[in-house]
Design a protein around this ligand. Structure first.
Ligand code: PSV
Ligand code: MN
Length: 393
């Protein structure tokens, strides 16, 4: 009989999670920001904080960078690589920013004005070159493009502009790169968003070229949408590129993964696990966190997120796939459902502690981080020089 610990050893070893640079900076809501004395202001501080998450969880070796916030034009590649080497964290996905500049008020790649579309494309080209210099694989695209009132936009034309821009961006990729296309139904646009759902991302990715995939941000769906079905379809089409992890209660709330609906995340992992079991392949998926915490300490929240993701991933790894297929084939509905429920109900925390111990990691990463005194030290160092960093998240 296969031991739970063997299953977890195999699955958790392969489960790396990327943390976002913007998750360590002071970010806020539309109504204000609550500044934290320990928040990171510089790229160095973001690398330093990310390295803490990696040190205590062992599984977060990369940091997602947002170009305008972290590596605007003029930043030297060598300075970023130097920080990366100093803190033992590699640059992860590169996120172009085509929403912050005033010129993007009416969109970027979908803007009516060809000049602004060209400006946005140029920024994406720069981001791709940055990714090449930093040995990052993924260029992760999210567009705030959309409109606020009926009648104000030619939706069809904008779709074609986006298609054209993405195709040109894809032509710029190196063979080592992937282009991930994220969707979001609303915010900041409240009437229509140019890439509003997974189907739109999917079509754009298909048109853009073979290195484009869809990025699923778990917070970017309408309430009650079946996200695992989207995941299953994308897996079936070989178009699932990655995730932005977070949880939500109402909209894109940036709550901690699994804080509201852990079963949803489990079902997503179950879909991926079943695909991997059936095809005997490892799905090529980038697992990334996209959360900016206002009221929780940012590093602690990141550690909490990683351990929660590991717990839910581990539960899904315990699924009895043979039994599931057997019950499905015999229309044994309750038994099939119970395969899910049994795995979900398993307390994997002791197994995770064993796994951590075996890998020289602290059994309780949050407790160990708290005991390290890092927050106290950076609060002292960073006191009084808090800058507003990422303006929007
Ligand atoms: C937009 O809401 C988003 O999910 C995109 O991934 C951005 O890159 C990120 O949040 C930070 O604003
Ligand atoms: Mn996102």
């Amino acid at each position: 009989m296969i031991q739970h610990s063997d299953v977890l050893e195999r699955s958790l070893n392969d489960f790396a999670i990327e943390v976002p640079s913007w998750g360590f900076a002071n970010t806020g809501t539309r109504f204000g920001k609550y500044l934290q004395a320990t928040a990171a202001s510089t790229l160095e501080e973001k690398f330093a904080d990310a390295s803490q998450v990696h040190i205590f969880t062992g599984k977060c070796p990369t940091l997602a960078l947002h170009v305008e916030w972290d590596v605007p034009k003029g930043t030297t590649i060598s300075s970023v690589l130097e920080l990366s080497a100093r803190y033992g964290i590699r640059p992860g996905s590169i996120n172009p920013n085509t929403f912050q500049d005033q010129s993007y008020k009416h969109g970027s790649l979908c803007n009516e004005e060809a000049e602004i579309r060209a400006q946005a494309l140029d920024h994406i080209f720069y981001s791709i070159e940055l990714a090449a210099g930093l040995s990052s694989r993924d260029i992760s695209l999210w567009f705030a493009d959309g409109s606020n009132y009926p009648g104000m936009a030619n939706i069809r034309k904008r779709k074609e502009w986006m298609e054209e821009g993405l195709r040109q961006a894809h032509d710029h990729l190196g063979p080592q790169h992937r282009m991930l296309i994220e969707y979001k139904p609303f915010e900041p646009a409240f009437y229509h968003t140019d890439i509003a759902d997974w189907g739109m991302s999917f079509l754009h990715a298909r048109h853009a070229g073979p290195q484009a995939r869809v990025l699923v941000d778990t917070g970017h769906h309408y309430i009650s949408q079946n996200i695992e079905q989207i995941v299953a379809w994308l897996l079936s089409e070989d178009m699932l590129g990655g995730f932005h992890f977070n949880d939500r209660r109402y909209a894109d709330d940036d709550l901690t993964l699994g804080s509201i609906d852990p079963y949803q995340i489990f079902r997503i992992f179950a879909e991926i696990g079943h695909y991997e079991w059936e095809t005997n392949t490892k799905a090529d998926i980038a697992y990334m966190i996209d959360q900016s915490h206002n009221v929780k300490n940012k590093i602690e929240a990141m550690i909490q997120t990683v351990t929660t993701a590991q717990e839910l991933y581990a539960k899904a790894a315990l699924l009895d796939h043979e039994a599931l297929e057997f019950h499905r084939a015999h229309q044994e509905i309750i038994d099939a459902e119970n395969v899910y429920k049994d795995a979900f109900a398993t307390d994997v925390r002791p197994l995770l502690q064993d796994w951590r111990r075996a890998h020289g990691l602290p059994e309780d990463p949050l407790k160990a981080f708290r005991a390290s005194g890092y927050l106290k030290e950076v609060a002292r160092q960073r006191q009084g020089r808090q800058k507003e960093s990422a303006a929007y998240a």
